[in-house]
Design a protein around this ligand. Structure first.
Ligand SMILES: [Zn+2]
Length: 134
């Protein structure tokens, strides 16, 4: 994606495209991928960027809140940011720490519980944990 493409995508989500935000978005939205905040910080450093850690965390939170990216929690201490925002599911490899997409249409539910009164379904996401065969 070009810089101006990224800038207009950020604006489309109601966010002011500051240079730092464009830099962070440029890394994550480069291709369909899942990156942790630490991985994004490493890549910014490698690119000689001056964006601070705090700005990266704040920016990622803002992007997720506005639906520009998605958060995927794989366990209480590991959070990934996903450049793909349409509904889909994930494989999480506990050996390698890698997260891989599962297309939405590959998961079907036989039965789901009735929703609590006064609520509507926002999403159903599946995280399948896998490990290398012993
Ligand atoms: Zn994903």
């Amino acid at each position: 994606m070009t810089r101006s493409g990224i800038r207009s995508l950020i604006e489309k989500h109601g966010i002011l495209p500051t240079p730092q935000r464009v830099e962070v978005a440029g890394i994550l939205l480069d291709k369909p991928q899942h990156l942790s905040a630490e991985q994004i910080i490493e890549r910014l450093k490698a690119a000689d960027s001056g964006v601070s850690k705090a700005t990266v965390y704040n920016t990622l939170n803002l992007f997720s809140e506005r639906g520009l990216i998605r958060e995927v929690m794989v366990d209480p201490v590991r959070k990934f940011y996903d450049s793909t925002t349409r509904p889909h599911h994930h494989f999480y490899n506990v050996d390698t720490g890698e997260l891989a997409d599962i297309p939405d249409e590959e998961v079907a539910f036989g039965q789901l519980p009735e929703l609590p009164e006064g609520t509507e379904r926002e999403s159903v996401e599946v995280l399948i944990r896998v490990r290398g065969k012993a």
